[in-house]
Design a protein around this ligand. Structure first.
Ligand SMILES: Cc1cc2nc3c(=O)[nH]c(=O)nc-3n(C[C@H](O)[C@H](O)[C@H](O)COP(=O)(O)OP(=O)(O)OC[C@H]3O[C@@H](n4cnc5c(N)ncnc54)[C@H](O)[C@@H]3O)c2cc1C
Length: 216
């Protein structure tokens, strides 16, 4: 189902060799993070809003307050563009022209469908598990009043693209003779030491999922 996600709208024109349209590549980029940017248009004005997501199969879930303009607009059927970006390194070239970034990014186009009340908790679980794997089971169960004020949307991952740059600077051959340092500065997201909340109750759960986070 939907293994080729390409369409006339997702064709990458610049550096097309860096483009990928298979579901596995897009899914791997989504599964390496939890922050996306959601693009939509209201009254002719584009907005690009950062938010969290979860993925399960071909479903990408977004959630938030039922009062959110973003979620309300999307629930009304507005076209959406969801983008996920990971910066893997700064490519320091011998010229500004060839200076670049190593990255993995995915762009998903479509429309969103609001989930029925009975389906919300399962989707919220996917989002929570995306951010802190293993956390859902440790949480106090979600209440009906919380679900009532939470909108959860599903975007089908059916039309998408991925773009990946890896490797060293692609300097002009003649520039390589210049006495200018060039190379790659690797970048990654690193977890700090977890800071326990001051109101921690005695005898609480062992925060295995929290400790595991940095070793993902
Ligand atoms: C961290 C980072 C830094 C970048 N810096 C620059 C920069 O400084 N200048 C610059 O011109 N470009 C930069 N890019 C590349 C940029 O994202 C576009 O790929 C580029 O502008 C060329 O777009 P296009 O004209 O081929 O595609 P467009 O015609 O703009 O888009 C057509 C379709 O291609 C797909 N697409 C385009 N870009 C991407 C992408 N990155 N990931 C997944 N799908 C994509 C989408 O499905 C889109 O609908 C950067 C990308 C990343 C991730």
């Amino acid at each position: 189902m939907h293994d080729d996600l390409s369409s006339s709208r997702t064709v990458i024109h610049r550096m097309p060799a860096r483009g990928h349209y298979d579901f596995a590549t897009v899914a791997a980029i989504l599964d390496a993070g939890f922050l996306c940017h959601v693009g939509f248009v209201v009254d002719g004005q584009p907005y690009v809003i950062p938010t969290c997501y979860g993925r399960e199969g071909h479903a990408l879930y977004l959630h938030g307050s039922s009062a959110s303009r973003m979620l309300g607009t999307l629930a009304g059927g507005a076209p959406v563009c969801v983008t996920v970006t990971h910066v893997d390194g700064i490519v320091v070239a011998r010229s500004g022209y060839h200076s670049s970034i190593n990255y993995r990014s995915a762009v998903i186009l479509g429309t969103a469908e609001p989930l029925a009340a009975a389906d919300k908790a399962a989707a919220l679980r996917v989002i929570v598990e995306r951010i802190v794997p293993g956390r859902w089971e440790a949480l106090r169960p979600v209440r009906d009043d919380e679900l009532a004020v939470t909108t959860v949307l599903r975007v089908d991952i059916a039309e998408a693209s991925a773009k990946i740059r890896t490797g060293p600077p692609l300097d002009d051959e003649a520039d390589c003779a210049l006495p200018i340092w060039a190379g790659v500065i690797p970048l990654c997201v690193a977890a700090g030491e977890p800071l326990p909340d001051q109101r921690l109750a005695a005898g609480g759960d062992s925060p295995e999922s929290v400790g595991r986070w940095g070793r993902k």
